[in-house]
Design a protein around this ligand. Structure first.
Ligand code: ARG
Ligand code: ZN
Ligand code: CA
Length: 243
């Protein structure tokens, strides 16, 4: 990536209850977490085990709050079929999605913390959805997903990262320096957790693209950083953000 990438963030808040109408303080706390996690400034970055110290990465992409758009709704949950992204369905259309990252904060339902659109999809639905209970710090943020890492994980997807286990048993995440994981990890795994895949490597359970609790994830890898960088270069799917 040539030059510093700073991504303007539009936060679309859809609320029925007062708790869902999260405060500006809570919104800014999420932007702050993204800035820390994507710049290796998170206070737990030094917990990365020595075995991974050679590949832990400073992705070097920053985020700035561009605007907050709020809308009152009668819906109690929005599901995962993009209704929250469409004003015709009671949601909010994205604002300038080719140059701004749109986040939708609402109740998703079904135990889903958040979901993201990968690069290359329709602009009309581009962005990331995070349930209000797992967005930012304090306020409505709900343990063990109360450290803003749902957004870090989902923005990782939005920047083309796959789950570290490759969504299959010993699957491929297209990143060479992340070990083979036999499956998703949950909670706060005891280190070292050995994979059952070829070579029985120690799994990188502390990677943001695993499924652990917020306190148990605190790194991206250099290979993931390369994969992210590739989408912002000329010809890359998110090059419009690098101007
Ligand atoms: N994509 C996952 C989901 O939809 C989000 C995982 C976030 N993990 C976390 N520790 N916040 O549930
Ligand atoms: Zn995911
Ligand atoms: Ca890998």
């Amino acid at each position: 990536v040539n030059g510093k990438i700073v991504i303007p963030v539009v936060v679309n808040v859809l609320y029925k209850t007062a708790a869902e109408n999260i405060s500006l303080t809570q919104i800014q706390s999420q932007i702050d977490v993204l800035n820390k996690d994507f710049n290796a400034l998170n206070s737990d970055f030094n917990q990365v085990p020595a075995a991974f110290s050679g590949v832990k990465a400073n992705v070097g992409i920053s985020f700035e709050l561009d605007q907050v758009i709020r809308k009152s709704t009668t819906k109690t949950s929005w599901g995962t079929r993009d209704a929250m992204k469409k004003s015709k369905q009671g949601g909010l259309d994205p604002t300038s999605p080719s140059t701004k990252l749109n986040l939708w904060v609402c109740t998703i339902g079904g135990g889903i913390l958040g979901y993201a659109q990968f690069p290359g999809g329709s602009l009309s639905t581009d962005g990331v959805v995070i349930d209000s209970r797992y967005f930012g710090l304090s306020g409505s943020a709900y343990y063990p997903y109360n450290l803003g890492r749902t957004a870090t994980h989902e923005v990782g997807h939005w920047m083309n990262l796959r789950h570290i286990w490759g969504d299959a048993t010993c699957g491929n995440d297209q990143v060479a320096d992340t070990p083979l994981h036999n499956a998703a990890n949950y909670g706060d795994p005891v280190y070292p957790h050995y994979s059952t895949c070829t070579g029985t490597p120690i799994e990188m359970t502390m990677n943001y693209m695993d499924y652990t609790d917020d306190r148990a994830m605190y790194m991206f890898s250099e290979g993931q950083k390369s994969r992210i960088s590739a989408i912002f270069v000329s010809g890359g799917a998110r090059n419009s953000f690098a101007q």
